[in-house]
Ligand binder design. Structure first.
Ligand code: UDP
Length: 239
């Protein structure tokens, strides 16, 4: 197993689709558990962990509005989808004996804590994993923006974006054999070349707060821990 890391507090962002396994929709509990184990092995290194999980495996606001739904209503449904994913992740992590809190940007006190920044910081200090749910609580945003916002508020040293590929490429590596991976790339390049790391508002917020985004593969067993220990391949988006 990999050894040391210099990171003390990080935020892991995954899409909702990362939780659906090969199903094409919804939640696949064994896949959720696999990711929970990846997170657990990073926690063992002593790192404080925040998580933001998307909702695209269940509902996306834009899809709803394309089919005639009112946009903000559809976006609220998307935010509610992220709460379901957060609860699934909480359940898996707690099954591994890890203390967690689901912290929702939309109040639903029976299900999750409301977001109170100082309280969330305290949870992290006590080594509880904070799963931030319901995005930013506002329509027209994405969970990438929520991840950047919460990482900034929690003073995380970086956002780790777990994806299906091991970094940012100049073109889709699943379609083009000669696609080239960037070792590092600037926020401005990501925006100018439309590199699709995160949406533009998330990238701009990360840039304004000097928050590095490290894109890595979540499909690699032990990948998250390895990246934190400085092993394996990834791309760092920075200033
Ligand atoms: N959403 C929103 N505001 C937020 C975060 C999310 O309105 O701050 C809605 C939006 O409709 C989005 C959906 O929730 O489509 C699911 O989030 P996202 O698309 O970011 O999930 P991912 O693609 O990461 O699975």
């Amino acid at each position: 197993a990999s050894g040391q890391t210099t990171f003390r507090r990080v935020l892991l962002k995954i899409s909702g689709e990362a939780l659906m396994g090969d199903q094409g929709f919804g939640l696949h509990p064994p896949t959720v558990e696999r990711i929970a184990r990846e997170v657990a092995s990073v926690q063992e290194m002593g790192v404080e962990i925040c998580m933001v999980i998307g909702g695209g495996n269940i509902f996306r606001g834009l899809q709803g509005s394309a089919q005639g739904m009112e946009r903000t209503t559809a976006d609220y449904m998307g935010m509610l989808a992220t709460v379901m994913n957060a609860l699934a992740m909480q359940s898996s992590l707690e099954g591994l004996g890890i203390h967690t809190r689901v912290i929702s940007a939309i109040r639903m006190d029976e299900v999750a804590e409301p977001y109170i920044r100082r309280r969330a910081v305290r949870h992290l200090e006590k080594k509880r994993i904070c799963i931030f749910a319901a995005g930013t609580g506002n329509p027209y945003f994405t969970t990438d923006t929520a991840a950047t916002l919460r990482a900034s508020e929690m003073a995380c040293e970086a956002i780790f974006k777990g994806t299906k590929v091991d970094g940012v490429y100049d073109k889709d590596p699943k379609k083009f054999e000669d696609a080239k991976r960037f070792e590092t790339v600037t926020y401005d390049e990501v925006l100018q070349k439309h590199l699709g790391v995160m949406d533009a508002s998330a990238i701009a917020l990360a840039r304004d707060n000097n928050l590095p985004i490290i894109v890595f593969s979540l499909d690699e067993p032990g990948g998250f821990r390895g990246i934190l220990a400085g092993e394996g391949t990834s791309t760092t988006v920075h200033g």
